[in-house]
Ligand binder design. Structure first.
Ligand SMILES: Cc1cc2nc3c(=O)[nH]c(=O)nc-3n(C[C@H](O)[C@H](O)[C@H](O)COP(=O)(O)OP(=O)(O)OC[C@H]3O[C@@H](n4cnc5c(N)ncnc54)[C@H](O)[C@@H]3O)c2cc1C
Length: 504
């Protein structure tokens, strides 16, 4: 009797930004049978669709509720939200849709990754989107409809005018990866509703007979025959199940999820696995290392004039700039936010926030399993602001943001900086404030670094090094973080991964 053929060619683990793209693209070929496993639900809270509600989502059932270990910089843990459910983080994120600046991708080859420069990625960026701006180099036929807020919040337009007044360039298309300066950024909002990866990619594919989707399915570990990955053990409905793949298993469980699944499967650094009670199956010291993220410091302002209620994602206008004249590319982002975020100085009822983030942070941290139990919380340590250059970049951004806040364009709003406040003027006070009160911008990357050196986890084809039948294709493979918000790049990585899988 011949062994039974597995019912699926490809098993995809994680139905977030990348997983939805892959499930949809691979099943365009009616001969490819795909199973998508997702730990979270297909029925997410109604607030997911309502753009201004996104800050409430991380604490809902659509989020995993992770926090980091106590951070050296702040002496406190930091919340590090990630999405759980179909759409993953694209279902709870802040909907900013922007490529990083081209200079960031051009450095991805430093670990030996080939074929991932901005120019290499351009067709994949274009494939994802229908950009309403019609800007040169943007996509016109992709599943995601992206464009600036319509109409933008008046206070954010005043901030944009203030940036231009204080000498900054007014960009035409800040989302395209080629420009620097300030402009309204593209958003994943269509007709007033969020458009997640599940909305744009997965929903149109759900009726295909060659696509199976199982939600409430948490991948425990990978199954191997020799060095070949042949399937996934997962938990659902209180039982343990096995999914087998005739072709490949693709991890798209995100920067936190994918590295944890590898580690639980015995793939990683023995110093991480043994203390957690997991035997080393395949030593790959880079798994979980190179964790990094954009930390964001906030200047919170009170205004005398009422700020109109935010109807979009609250952060509709941003700028990218260089902290020093010799920076290789833009390395600071300033984002204008139409609500006064919570701050450590005084409550603010009416006002706005200017967020400042180092876009090319040098700080590197780690992620590891705390136990072999797939439901045990991970140990997440991004080591924010441990590299001094990240603090310097933020200080440069704060100086710029303060000039903008004091511009004539904002004078009519009666602006008063509440946090850190006007008495914080010397570098030490400002640096201390940034290190103490920053938050995560929720862009973790890098735990399954792509490259060809000893610390790389996947090769340039996204195959896990030293094993067969296993790839990783999500935010975790980025060797270094993009110089803007990360989601647009994750979509492009997944589009390219679909091509790589189809051609192998
Ligand atoms: C609150 C928030 C705000 C953000 N704002 C922005 C923004 O405005 N613009 C931007 O560009 N980026 C933003 N980001 C980041 C961006 O959304 C992510 O970089 C991107 O979505 C990551 O995609 P991914 O496919 O790698 O992972 P995810 O989209 O996180 O998908 C991973 C999926 O895998 C599932 N999973 C994990 N472990 C398992 C397991 N063991 N078994 C089965 N399934 C599993 C998860 O539930 C999840 O659905 C934000 C993120 C958050 C959380």
């Amino acid at each position: 009797m011949s062994p039974q053929k597995p019912p699926h060619d490809v098993v995809i683990v994680g139905g977030g930004s990348a997983g939805c793209v892959l499930a949809a693209r691979l099943t365009e070929d009616a001969g490819t049978r795909v199973l998508l496993l997702e730990a979270g639900s297909s029925a997410l809270p109604d607030a997911v669709a309502h753009p201004p509600a996104w800050p409430s989502l991380a604490a809902s059932e659509a989020g995993w509720g992770d926090t980091t270990v106590v951070q050296q910089a702040s002496g406190a843990p930091v919340a590090l939200p990630r999405g759980k459910g179909l759409g993953g983080s694209s279902a709870i994120n802040a909907m900013v849709f922007a490529r990083g600046h081209r200079t960031g991708y051009d450095s991805w080859g430093a670990h030996g990754a080939t074929g991932w420069t901005y120019d290499d990625l351009l067709p994949y960026f274009q494939r994802t989107e229908t950009a309403t701006s019609g800007a040169p180099g943007r996509g016109t036929m992709g599943p995601l409809t992206v464009g600036p807020a319509e109409p933008p919040n008046e206070v954010l337009l005043a901030c944009l005018d203030g940036a231009v007044e204080t000498g900054h360039r007014r960009a035409f298309d800040i989302s395209g990866g080629l420009e620097e300066g300030f402009a309204p950024v593209d958003l994943n909002i269509v007709a007033g509703r969020r458009q997640s990866a599940a909305d744009a990619y997965l929903a149109p594919a759900l009726g295909r007979p060659n696509l199976d989707v199982v939600t409430g399915a948490t991948a425990h570990r990978l199954i191997f025959e020799g060095t070949r990955c042949v399937g996934v053990e997962y938990g659902a409905d209180g039982r343990t199940h096995t999914a087998t793949a005739a072709g490949e298993v693709v991890l798209t469980a995100g920067t936190i999820g994918s590295a944890l699944i590898l580690q639980r499967s015995g793939i990683g650094a023995q110093d991480d696995l043994r203390p957690a009670g997991v035997d080393v199956f395949h030593e790959l010291p880079g798994v979980g290392r190179n964790l990094h993220d954009h930390p964001r410091a906030n200047l919170v302002h009170r205004t005398q004039r009422p700020v109109p209620e935010g109807r979009n994602n609250h952060g509709e206008v941003l700028g990218t700039l260089r902290s020093t004249a010799d920076a290789e590319g833009p390395d600071v982002q300033i984002i204008f936010i139409d609500i006064p975020l919570p701050n450590p100085v005084a409550p603010v009822q009416n006002g706005f926030t200017i967020g400042i983030s180092p876009m090319r942070p040098a700080s590197r941290g780690s992620l590891r399993i705390s136990s072999a139990d797939p439901y045990a919380p991970p140990v997440i340590d991004p080591r924010y602001f441990t590299a001094q250059e990240d603090v310097r970049a933020v200080l440069s951004g704060i100086a710029t943001a303060r000039r903008i806040a004091r511009s004539a364009a904002l004078a009519g709003w009666g602006v008063e900086e509440v946090s850190p406040g006007p008495t914080a003027v010397d570098e030490k006070s400002l640096a201390d404030h940034a290190r103490r009160y920053f938050g995560s911008y929720c862009h973790p990357v890098g735990t399954c670094l792509m490259g060809e050196d000893a610390m790389s986890v996947v090769d340039s084809g996204l195959r896990v090094r030293g094993l067969d039948g296993l790839r990783v294709a999500d935010a975790s493979v980025m060797p270094s973080i993009t110089s803007s918000n990360t989601n647009a790049t994750v979509y492009a990585i997944a589009e390219r991964a679909a091509d790589l899988l189809r051609s192998s």
